[in-house]
Design a protein around this ligand. Structure first.
Ligand code: AMP
Length: 409
């Protein structure tokens, strides 16, 4: 047997039932909020991520699946979607705003554990070309509603503003000075980051004590970033979305500015426990080579973790299981099933010709259907016998009525 690679999963029933609920909820929300679908390459030029995520980030330094293709180009399996979304937006030449929804597998070479996989799945939203705080509010709202709609309880939203790049230069040296003064007590990673990317030290769990007293970006943001942040907070309040301001929340990408946020639930507790997060990234387009800034905000929700936190979906797997008592009626049963399916009824049957009725009933039990129909001698008079599996209640129903009967519980 060839086994799958470390940190990858086979997502199969029954677990995949939750995935279906999640992906449906995301598709439906994206549509209701006016986000169009984007399908992007899973493989991109390495440079997109080294520039779009940032050289001095955990992802680019340690986690990318990067290799040379047969043409000698350095290519990378995408570790995230945002950089690709901005690349695609710029390449499309679109003017104005574009609201995009995407999703699929991402790849990061991490030490696998619960909620930390090498191939994992995200659903992603980007609001491109919009600088108004309304965009930030909306992106956060969709993420919040997604978790609500799939039944996750106790959602916590952590929110922060890291200001604009112009605010950051000053803050960066203040933070660096603070960290250099405590060099001896910092972890090796934090010492290195103090020089290359000091903001990242703020979310270092190993250095929590030192970080607790460190100066925070929020105290060093400019007036217009402050106004933006105030508007985002006020907007979320009017929507009844509760949040905590977490002044140490920074996020892993280099090109965030202003709003950053992450979502949590006690239903998923692990070392790295965010169910999703995002923020504003106005500087990203220029970082990957655009000639002008593109104001934008987005979010990525981690499906693997959301699914772990979700309750199992209730309800039956199928509305109806059709059995055939008279072998010569199989052809007609097949046509009837086809019609029911086209009418939106979830129907299955046993494909094995000649299987006894008892055998077919066993298959019906295993199938997770709410009811069974028997195509037998009453077929001649346009009827079938139906039975609800939970209660044993039986009836004879006109063939045209069975669809409605089977979905009226
Ligand atoms: P990030 O932009 O890195 O914060 O990723 C967004 C979300 O994707 C996180 O909040 C997680 O839910 C999820 N995620 C990130 N990395 C992994 C991973 N290696 N395995 C599973 N989920 C992940």
């Amino acid at each position: 047997m060839i086994s799958r690679l470390k940190g990858t999963d086979d997502i199969l029933p029954p677990d995949s039932a939750k995935w279906r609920v999640l992906l449906r909820a995301f598709g439906s929300l994206a549509e209701r909020f006016g986000y169009d679908l984007a399908l992007l390459p899973v493989i991109e030029p390495t440079e997109l991520f080294s520039r779009g995520v940032g050289e001095a980030t955990e992802i680019v330094e340690k986690q990318m699946f990067t290799f040379e293709d047969r043409g000698g180009r350095s290519v990378t399996l995408r570790p995230e979607l945002t950089a690709g979304m901005v690349r695609a937006f710029l390449a499309s030449g679109a003017q104005g705003t574009l609201k995009l929804a995407a999703g699929g597998p991402m790849f990061r070479y991490e030490q696998p554990q619960k909620g930390r996989r090498r191939q994992f799945y995200q659903v992603d939203l980007e609001y491109l070309g919009e600088e108004s705080p309304e965009a930030d509010i909306e992106i956060i709202e969709v993420c919040y509603r997604l978790l609500e709609e799939v039944g996750i309880e106790g959602i916590t939203l952590k929110l922060n503003s890291i200001g604009d790049p112009s605010d950051r230069a000053g803050y960066r040296s203040i933070l660096q000075e603070y960290l250099r003064g405590r060099k001896g007590d910092l972890s090796k990673d934090a010492r290195d980051r103090t020089e290359s990317n000091p903001l990242r030290v703020l979310d270092s769990k190993a250095d929590a004590d030192i970080v607790a007293d460190a100066p925070v970006p929020l105290d060093h943001i400019g007036e217009s970033a402050q106004e933006h942040f105030d508007a985002v907070r006020a907007g979320l309040e009017t929507l009844g979305i509760t949040f905590e301001v977490d002044p140490r929340l920074v996020r892993g990408l280099d090109y965030y500015n202003r709003t950053v946020f992450e979502l949590f639930s006690p239903a998923f507790e692990a070392a790295q426990s965010a169910l999703g997060g995002g923020g504003r990234y106005d500087p990203l387009a220029v970082a990957i080579g655009a000639s002008r800034e593109v104001a934008a905000v987005g979010a990525a929700m981690g499906c693997d973790r959301i699914v772990e936190a979700m309750p199992a979906p209730g309800g039956d797997r199928l509305d109806l299981f059709v059995t055939v008592a008279e072998p010569n009626l199989r052809g007609q049963a097949r046509l009837w099933i086809s019609r029911l399916r086209r009418d939106g009824i979830r129907v299955d049957w046993d494909p094995t010709p000649g299987r006894s009725l008892r055998g077919q009933f066993k298959a019906a039990d295993r199938s997770g259907a709410a009811a069974v129909a028997v195509v037998g001698e009453e077929w001649e008079v346009g009827q079938v016998t139906v039975r609800r599996l939970a209660t044993g209640e039986e009836a004879r129903v006109a063939v045209e009525e069975v669809g409605a009967w089977s979905t009226s519980r």
